[in-house]
Design a protein around this ligand. Structure first.
Ligand code: PMV
Length: 312
């Protein structure tokens, strides 16, 4: 058996505005991962790959799906990129600790785990940039017009300051952050939310351009605060970023309720993370606030509540 994995991610600052060329900051979630395993398989006349993703309820042969299927596309792009040919039938098992359609990058993590396991099987080495580039192509299926932040932070597994179409800038977080994540109970489609923002931008360009710029400013200040380990300020900036996301109309009642609950319980700051309209919120806490904030989120019906340390 051959195994590879890729982490999840959270966007700390700058989602949506990043699609409009503003900077954003994302960090990997190294302790929450997607695993891909390859083992021998039988049952196909010609060599093929049986894809078994039990969390996604998927079980089929590669040759049965076209390139609109993200798992099939990830496999084909990797085989083509490295000019590889399957000579025996294989079973690809995907197992993920990341809830799908929640803003934690499960799509990109799955793709990158697949790229890594397949290249490992062929004794090829794939570098992080190659994995990121292949995953970007698959992200287009999930997102329509992805900024590229998910595939970059997940492939390189390092804190990332990202501007679309620019070389990714990795940085260090000297003072580890304790984040609490809570899911609002609603799944959301990144592509639908991104399309909604685009329609509103087209109707009201001036207001939306100002909002994107304001988010970009928050990101710049956050980058400074993160580099200096100033957690109070990072928390304040998360609150500001959430207020701007509300004005972009990508938050909802459930996310707002969790954000308020976390702040009331003492979090330094809280915001939605990812596309919004569902999925996760994140709260920054000091270690002694952790249990009160978790309790407050539980009392507000949050799901999948967990904490994680972000450093690097
Ligand atoms: O994949 P998600 O749900 O974390 O959202 C990606 C972040 C957006 O900025 C909304 C879209 C993008 O491509 O950057």
């Amino acid at each position: 058996m051959i195994e590879a994995s890729a982490p999840g991610k959270v966007i700390l600052f700058g989602e949506h505005a990043v699609v409009y060329n503003q900077p954003a900051i994302a960090v990997p979630l190294s302790d929450v991962r997607t695993y891909a395993r390859l083992i021998s398989a039988t049952g196909s006349d010609t060599p093929s790959i049986r894809i078994h993703a039990k969390d996604l309820g998927q079980d089929y042969w590669l040759h049965e799906r076209d390139d609109r299927d993200p798992l099939a596309l990830a496999l084909r792009l990797t085989l083509d990129f490295f000019k590889l040919k399957i000579t025996e039938s294989l079973k690809l098992e995907i197992e993920s600790q990341l809830p799908i359609a929640s803003g934690l990058g499960s799509g990109a993590a799955t793709t990158i785990a697949i790229i890594r396991v397949l290249t490992k099987y062929f004794n090829m080495s794939v570098n992080d940039q190659q994995a990121s580039d292949i995953a970007f192509e698959v992200e287009k299926l999930h997102h329509g017009t992805p900024s590229g932040i998910d595939n970059s932070v997940i492939a390189f597994e390092r804190p990332l300051y990202y501007v679309r179409e620019e070389t990714p800038r990795f940085f260090s977080i000297p003072n580890p952050l304790t984040l609490i994540l809570g899911h609002c109970g609603i799944a959301s489609s990144t592509s639908d939310v991104v399309t909604g923002v685009r329609s509103r931008w087209q109707l009201n360009r001036e207001t939306y351009d100002d909002l994107f710029l304001a988010i970009g400013n928050v990101v710049e200040q956050s980058f400074e605060a993160l580099s200096h380990g100033n957690h109070q300020e990072i928390g304040q900036l998360m609150n500001e970023n959430h207020a701007l996301l509300q004005r972009l109309e990508v938050s909802n009642t459930e996310l707002d309720r969790l954000v308020t609950a976390a702040r009331t319980a003492g979090a330094l700051g809280a915001k939605l993370s990812g596309a919004g309209a569902g999925g996760f919120m994140i709260a920054l806490v000091t270690p002694d606030q952790e249990s009160a904030v978790k309790q407050a989120l539980t009392a507000s019906d949050a799901q999948h509540i967990f904490s994680t340390q972000v450093s690097g």
